[in-house]
Write a protein that binds this ligand. Sequence first.
Ligand code: ADP
Ligand code: DP6
Ligand code: CO
Length: 330
Amino acid sequence: MSKKIGYYRANTNIALIKYWGKRNKELFLPMTSSLSLTLDAFYTDTKVTVDSNLSQDYFTLDGIAQSYSDTQKVSKFVDLFRHLAGSQEHVYIESVNHVPTAAGLASSASAFSALACALNQAFNLNLDQRTLSTLARQGSGSASRSLFGGFVEWHKGEGDNSDSSYAEQIADADWDIAMLVIVINDQKKKISSRVGMEHTIQTSPFFALWPQEVEKDLALIKQAIKDKDFKTLGEVTEHNAMKMHATTIAANPSLTYWAPASITALQAVQSLREDLGFECYATMDAGPNVKVLCRKSEIDALSKQLLTHFKPEQLIKAFPGEAPRPLPID
Ligand code: ADP
Ligand code: DP6
Ligand code: CO
């Protein structure tokens, strides 16, 4: 009888230039590159126990045993690591989300990044961060970016070459920058990111424009990061998100992740910027919650202003986060 344990914490990341569309669904190869900011406030802790006595995989999330189909999804991901380790042993996975699950706050990103790191440790694989990024990607695309802290670019890669599509840190984000998250609804969304993006690709006539817009936005934002040019960073971020959401509205049947309060938030951000001079810009993912890219030095004042529309517990201050790290095993 033998037991080996891996235990890791990984942060979520929010894309400033969105990943929205796969060119290869089996390998999770994206249609475009994307770029994100890792956040300190939201993370997943995942413990993996490789136990030669188990006859199947077990998966608990927030202390609750998950269904057969949810466990199977995770098992398929574990198979990638079993294959690399030349092992047939089963695992016991205990994961805790310090981020609302499936609410558009990127739980799948921190989840599969933490799981990839914990599996690497438990199976004693010693894989490097880049390889772990290509593996995490195959659990959820956005997870490829959560292997790194700060500003991260996920390269789309070439053809069907899985190894060519990985993320890397492009800058540490160690300047006057933060993200204020406006939680509009933390419950599970009806349409997952995966289903929403596939429906958009299949049916939205506006999707044809998306890849070329991303190319342009990526070039602009990378220069803005180099120059620490917050205005351009914010403008490109907001415009990119709005273009992504426009592709979903033009899908057939039409799809939007926005709730009425999302629009209240978007308009408040615009007015705080234009009327009160705050340096703040909005982005949204596959969910109703609004993330406000802002100055660290202005986040308290900005948060106070937003209290006219939202309750204090709806406003979460986040700062640039770090790469995944091991947790103590007792
Ligand atoms: P989100 O916006 O939260 O990333 P997604 O639709 O992309 O939403 O992904 C949500 C899915 O990610 C969940 O339904 C579940 O399958 C998976 N997931 C979330 N948290 C975990 C976790 N800690 N461990 C394993 N899988 C997870
Ligand atoms: C809008 O990475 O959650 O948040 O790869 O199918 O698991 P799958 O999807 P996921 O999609 C994220 C979409 C997004 C934009 C982004 O994070 O880049
Ligand atoms: Co996700």
